[in-house]
Design a protein around this ligand. Structure first.
Ligand code: ATP
Length: 207
């Protein structure tokens, strides 16, 4: 990102001429006081909101000016995102929520079910596969959202407060998954207030 500038209407600008770069295989923590803009920065980098000015490049290609359809395609192919509040679709089962990203990519449901179940099992929530999001805890929802984000082996994985609702053992499982993605060459960027997660990251970017 180069010269990134962004602010919400009627709120003081959050980013002004901001520069940063992230490499493959990196696990990076974004830290900063509440309201400083950590979530917003993830949304900008994940092409969910457009900067007022500046450039965002992905694998050397400029992507901030792409039309919405191409941005959506790039997100489906290369980006995994775990929202702070998990944001699961309440009308669908846990399993169908995890499978959602495959459907966007045109991969058949049947071909992906075993992978989805394996991920749910890894994060200790496989017994919730047929439940609806309204029937599970916040910590379970967070792990299920991570399963959904990992389904496509994303080249970039963003996670917003991914350990906020988790006990230490679950948080360690999540950290191990981040490490594994980074070892596979992905860039993993987490916004977090969790000091034990920050300690485990390769570097910290403080806002
Ligand atoms: N859609 C919006 N419209 C206007 N202001 C917004 C909007 N979303 C966020 N903000 C404001 O932008 C600022 C940054 O919010 P953001 O959620 O990015 O911060 P954060 O560092 O992730 O906070 P936290 O640690 O509390 O999650 C806050 O002051 C917030 O109130």
């Amino acid at each position: 990102m180069r010269g990134l500038t962004f602010g919400y209407p009627a709120v003081a600008p959050l980013f002004s001429e901001w520069n940063a770069s992230f490499g493959p295989g990196e696990l990076v923590a974004i830290t900063g006081a509440s309201g400083r803009g950590k979530s917003t920065l993830l949304y900008l980098m994940a092409l969910m909101v457009r900067p007022a000015a500046g450039e965002i490049r992905f694998r050397g290609e400029r992507v901030d000016q792409l039309p919405d359809s191409e941005r959506a395609h790039l997100r489906a192919e290369s980006v995994g995102f775990v929202f702070q509040d998990a944001t699961l679709d309440a009308s669908r089962t846990v399993l169908d929520n995890v499978l959602e990203s495959c459907l966007y990519r045109g991969v058949s449901r049947g071909a992906s079910i075993q992978h989805a179940r394996d991920l749910l099992s890894r994060f200790g929530v496989e017994q919730r596969a047929e439940h609806r999001p309204g029937q599970i805890s916040g910590g379970q929802a967070q792990r299920i959202a991570l399963c959904r984000a990992l389904m496509n082996d994303p080249g970039i994985l963003f996670a917003d407060e991914p350990t906020g609702n988790l006990d230490r053992a679950s948080a360690d499982t999540v950290l191990a998954a981040f490490r594994e993605r980074a070892a596979a060459g992905s860039t993993v960027i987490v916004a977090t207030h969790d000091p034990s997660l920050v300690t485990e990251c390769d570097r910290t970017m403080a806002l």
